[in-house]
Design a binder for this molecule. Structure first.
Ligand code: KIV
Length: 282
């Protein structure tokens, strides 16, 4: 069954948690879907996690499209949410043009940061499923500080969430806000909230796949490292290098042989000088 926006809303209504994870490539998409992840985010976190960029502002539409197409090839049921990257939704028309590009390459919906009323309204009027994103906004705030800890800012976030819901968003991502605020926004929201570093009470959770696999070199409080792929990968690559250098790999198991009669024929041909390129052997 396709996990569409109605299905995701029904999970909120049934008080079942929505499980989301970022995804940037085909093999990981296959695994995430097989593991039952509801939503795959092709987020602009691809920039710092995969492409070696300094921050999210370097991510382009071409980057998102490239990774989105790979993820799409691996997914049948999970909802694919793609980010409109920095600078791609300056005007309502630009946002719609770019959202249509993402939809044409396999996104089910798009996400954009902040309370961009005109843009959100225009997209929804044109039948684009829009996910809002409040709290820490990586496209404009590179400092990873918790948002909404003080009354005034918390109030602003609650009001922002209400405005976005009224405009018709189907979902809201809450990034790095206090758990209490995450709960208040969630309890007052008719659409599912997905938290990242925003406590236990949002309708769902999303994390960066690199962080849960332990590919990320640092430890983040908001995430949980379920594996240590960095160590595992480094050990594996180092072992491969050592085995090639020590002539342990390839071993007999890894090679193919010619049949004896074919080999003898070939050796005779080489011995007769036909393998000598300088004489133009034929
Ligand atoms: O860029 C991204 O992947 C995101 C999610 C982590 C929320 O915005």
């Amino acid at each position: 069954m396709k996990k569409n926006s109605e299905y995701l809303l029904s999970k909120k209504q049934a008080q079942q948690k929505i499980v989301a994870l970022t995804c940037y490539d085909y093999p990981t998409a296959l695994l995430e879907e097989q593991a039952g992840v509801d939503m795959l985010f092709v987020g602009d976190s691809v920039g710092t996690n995969i492409l070696g960029y300094q921050d999210e502002t370097e991510v382009t539409m071409d980057d998102i499209v490239h990774h989105l197409k790979a993820v799409r090839r691996g997914v049948r049921q999970s909802y694919i949410l793609a980010d409109l990257p920095y600078g791609s939704y300056e005007t309502p028309q630009q946002a719609l043009d770019n959202a249509r590009i993402l939809l044409s390459h396999g996104a089910d919906g798009i996400k954009l940061e902040g309370v961009r009323e005109e843009v959100v309204k225009y997209l929804i009027e044109h039948n684009v499923e829009v996910c809002g994103h409040l709290g820490l906004l990586p496209q404009t705030q590179q400092k990873k500080a918790v948002q909404g800890k003080k009354f005034e800012q918390a109030k602003e976030l609650i009001l922002g969430a209400a405005i976005l819901e009224k405009l018709g968003i189907f979902m809201l991502v809450l990034e790095l806000i206090p758990e209490e605020l995450g709960q208040i926004i969630t309890d007052n929201s008719g659409v599912p909230t997905i938290g990242i570093g925003s406590g236990r009470f949002t309708d769902g959770q999303v994390l960066i796949v690199n962080d849960i696999l332990g590919i990320t070199p640092y430890k983040l409080r908001l995430a949980k490292k379920y594996q240590d792929y960095q160590t595992l990968s480094l050990d594996t690559i180092t072992k491969y290098r050592e085995e090639v250098e020590q002539k342990v790999f390839p071993a007999e198991d890894n090679v193919r042989h010619m049949a004896q009669d074919e080999l003898q024929q070939l050796m005779a041909w080489v011995d007769n000088g036909h393998g000598d390129t300088e004489t133009g052997g034929q």
